[in-house]
Design a protein around this ligand. Structure first.
Ligand code: ATP
Ligand code: MG
Length: 498
């Protein structure tokens, strides 16, 4: 602004309209589990040792409450806390604070319900209560924060009398969770109960590092205490940890700990099932980004150019960030996104590549062990040979698929043999060598990024060839695991049958 504009400002006040703004605040893209996690963040930041969740089914009148024994709020603090944008995202936060935007309490709650009531009690103070009611705001078109619970709702806020300090957040009118359902709608009730399980699994994962510490944090659903879910299987002795790497960024440190989880033959079926996590083994591979020990991203290759693939599913990499890097990592209000700053991408990519390679090695190694156990050779489609003292790459004529083709009727033989010979004579060795040395990161593994169905198409042909040669179904499946590159696709081989 020029000096003239400052001394003689011309402006209109264009405040957001309460009624439309409050509806927009509902659309930050939360689901119920990310919304509840956002409230648990607040409880942890307030120093809570216990968080009690209560899901109460009553058709359209169902409610959900989250109570904690954190430090609570005075009346003045509660009014500030209820204000959307209660603190600037630019403010420096305490090192352990899980908040950033001054929005979570409101945006998470409104994403699920139309009525948010908060009661709180700080040490030596009485309980204070405030309520946002979206229907009322719509009606009056003003940001009127009500002083009391809705009629008939006071008893849902019980539970602060028995503790010296704490907070209870009550969600009613759960239009996004239960809608207009009747109390006796069994299907809706089952869905509601399923939601509870989804929330439990999510909290067990997101807050596992808090839940694992002794006497630190307990989260309860009714009488049931949530157990932590640790993505790295620290109790399995066969989890491999690769060297810890410290990446320096703007005078702070990002700590990266890559892990290779054990092959399923090394752990019990139960451990294997638990470790598969909420989204399954394949989806849970990749980086796990934690901010102040709170998990933001659970298994993602962070747009570094890698895809989730079967043979890398044992790779999980822990990344720890302090909350001072929030804007550099593009953290969102829901705390479910983190994007690395450009200057860290190359290092993260290097670590990802190394970890993926080591994860794939587990299957390669398995293939070799299987080959040894069964007195089979480890089969490659290509052979490296010496011809007149020079290196020459030949198609392996003992590969079952090649053998199968070479057994086609005699009429096709000249063409097949000519084709194989042509391919062998023209392997673009020079070009591969140049590409590999100039852009090593663009070199991919076999079937990298290929949909499972396409891998299956190739595998099925080999399977049929092996079956024709007299192998049983199981022998054929095992044999395929000793063939490059199918040792990486062990799970897919299990689908092979006549
Ligand atoms: N359970 C609680 N106990 C004590 N204080 C709380 C509680 N929940 C919220 N607050 C207070 O309300 C404020 C606003 O919470 P809100 O979740 O809206 O924003 P935030 O946590 O500051 O940032 P973010 O938007 O990133 O979550 C918090 O900063 C905190 O001071
Ligand atoms: Mg918050």
């Amino acid at each position: 602004m020029s000096a003239d504009e400052i001394s003689n400002p011309m402006y209109d006040i264009a405040e957001p309209l309460a009624s439309s703004m409050v509806e927009s605040l509902r659309s930050f893209g939360y689901n119920i589990q990310t919304a509840i996690a956002d409230l648990v963040d607040n409880s942890i930041s307030a120093g809570a040792k216990n968080v009690w969740l209560n899901f109460c089914w009553d058709g359209a009148d169902s409610h959900i409450s989250i109570r904690d024994d954190g430090q609570g709020m005075t009346e003045a603090q509660l009014i500030v806390a209820m204000r959307p944008g209660s603190q600037s995202p630019l403010m420096i936060r305490e090192v352990k604070d899980l908040g950033r935007f001054g929005l979570g309490l409101k945006t998470a709650s409104f994403s699920q319900c139309r009525r948010l009531t908060v009661a709180s009690r700080s040490e030596n103070h009485d309980v204070v209560t405030r309520r946002w009611d979206l229907d009322y705001i719509n009606q009056v078109d003003e940001w009127r924060l009500l002083h009391s619970p809705a009629e008939g709702s006071a008893e849902k806020l019980n539970g602060l009398e028995c503790i010296n300090h704490g907070t209870i957040v009550l969600w009613e009118c759960l239009d996004r969770v239960v809608g207009e359902t009747k109390h006796n709608d069994q299907k809706a009730q089952d869905d509601f109960l399923e939601t509870v399980e989804i929330v439990e699994n999510h909290l067990a994962m997101v807050f596992h590092r808090f839940l694992e510490k002794r006497d630190y944090l307990k989260i309860w659903i009714g009488q049931h205490r949530i157990e932590p879910w640790n993505p790295f299987l620290p109790d399995a002795q066969t989890t491999q940890s690769l060297p810890v790497e410290l990446l320096f960024f703007k005078g702070e440190v990002v700590t990266v700990r890559p892990y290779i989880l054990p092959h399923h033959s090394k752990i019990t079926q139960e451990t294997h099932n638990i470790a598969s996590g909420v989204n399954g083994w394949n989806a849970q591979q990749g980086f796990y980004v934690y901010r102040n020990e709170r998990l933001l991203v659970a298994g993602d290759w962070l747009s570094l150019g890698y895809h989730k693939e079967e043979h890398y599913k044992l790779a999980r990499i822990q990344v720890d960030l302090p909350n001072s890097m929030d804007s550099d990592w593009n953290i969102d209000v829901k705390k479910s996104r983190a994007r690395p700053p450009v200057s860290l991408k190359a290092e993260l990519k290097r670590i990802a590549r190394l970890t993926r390679h080591r994860a794939a090695e587990i299957y390669r190694h398995r293939g070799k062990v299987l080959a040894r156990e069964n007195a089979d050779k480890y089969v490659f489609p290509w052979d490296r040979k010496l011809r007149r003292g020079n290196v020459f790459y030949a198609v392996n004529q003992e590969h079952p698929l090649v053998e199968e083709v070479l057994n086609f009727p005699a009429i096709y033989q000249p063409t097949i043999r000519a084709l194989l010979r042509l391919l062998e004579e023209t392997v673009p060795v020079q070009q591969i060598w140049i590409d590999n040395s100039t852009e090593p990161e663009k070199q991919t593994q076999p079937f990298d990024g290929t949909p499972s169905e396409e891998v299956m198409e190739v595998m099925i042909q080999i399977y049929h060839a092996l079956r024709k040669s007299g192998m049983t179904e199981e022998q054929a499946r095992d044999r395929i695991l000793t063939m490059e590159p199918f040792q990486h696709f062990e799970v897919l081989t299990q689908n092979l049958s006549d």
